[in-house]
Design a protein around this ligand. Sequence first.
Ligand SMILES: [Zn+2]
Length: 464
Amino acid sequence: MDNQKKSKDGKITLHKITKILIAEGLILSVLLISLAMKRLSEYKEDPLDHTKPVVNTGDNKNNTISPTSDPILELKKEQEAKQQEVLKEAKLLAAGYDYDKAINLLKSEEGYENIESFMNAITTFEEDKKACVPFGAYKSSTEVSHLFFHSLIYDTSKAFDGEYDSNGYNYYMVTVKEFKEMLNQLYENDYVLVSIHDLVTKVTNEDGTTAYQDGDVLLPPNKKPFVLSQDDVNYYDYMEGDGFASRMVIDENGKPSTLMINDDGTTSIGDYDIVPIVERFIEEHPDFSYRGARGVIALTGYEGALGYRTDPASKDSKTYDQDRETVKQVANVLKQYGWEFACHSNGHRDMAACTEEFLKKDTNNWLKYVGSLVGETDLYIFPYGIDIQSGAGVYKNAKFQYLDSVGFHYYFGVFKEPWIQVKDNYVRMSRRAIDGQAMLQYPDRLTDIFNLSTILDDTRPALK
Ligand SMILES: [Zn+2]
């Protein structure tokens, strides 16, 4: 404003200036007040009034009253976006049958009672939860299949090249193509991946003693829980150049993945083995995993772990210390994603045939060189599936006493059909081998789960 106004005679008098200033001040005040009133009335009419909790009616897009630079509207949008994120997360939890967690997440949002989309979701989750029954289509853990695999063959032309080890791969391995089709069939047939620790859990009785018992695996009545494990995730030297992944890594998105060494020496990270393939499948089908369950990764120790040579014999390797750190990091990421680790012995020997002293030494080596990197575990998967005690009697031998004393409480052998023994002090479960031998030699053993005609890889030769 120009405060240099002059009187007609060109002289400025103090009196006049004062008058003008007062008048101008008044005009300005009136203008500001009316402007403020206008804004206030607009604000009151604004359906996005942030003094009221937002009810997402889905028609906010049509409202163009306020300019986008309006800080209140911006705040509103931010709040809505956050709510959408929370809702998305809750839906993901509910898809994985964790209805309580999903509901609690929504209820933790302030004023959730007034958010229509939240209230609708809570109603749906509560109804879905009510429809769930323990073990879904099964009555108890006794009917649950535990399927196990070895490393997947990615390049069949290399694995089945007729070399001395081709027949072994044909017997004990499944190809990537076969595995992907198996996942499709499992999903289509209502199987749901469940953690062994959810299937059978340790409970504390009133008198303070503990016992293992069936968990409350609450699933829709048509769903069939199953446990998954993968043995020898060590990427042994003998597999090099035979079409397998070389090691487990963390990919650029922070997810567990596998690394492949190509013919020209370059490397690529991708879905070359079970872990990343299952991760991708669950991303697309969150209802395939019960409350974040993944599989069990069984490791030996004599050639390190996860494709890194962290065994004491590799101590002179230039990357020894770095490899140990990498295994720790990869193991942590795997655990964050729900994968669990199992001891598969250190030297992969027959634990029934060996002496008690050998078992002790072997177990201590595993704990020292592998357990120290991947963390504590109570899972022990017998090499070759050979149990430390034959028959279905109760464990009581010295080998069991020792394994128990160092923290192993879940033991896994191999059998053609589901079998489980749940005792106060341990759990013993058989696993079903899913491999070339089962598919080609004993296909009848798998017909309850798979339709092998659409699974078998064309490149797989006949068993010799
Ligand atoms: Zn093995």
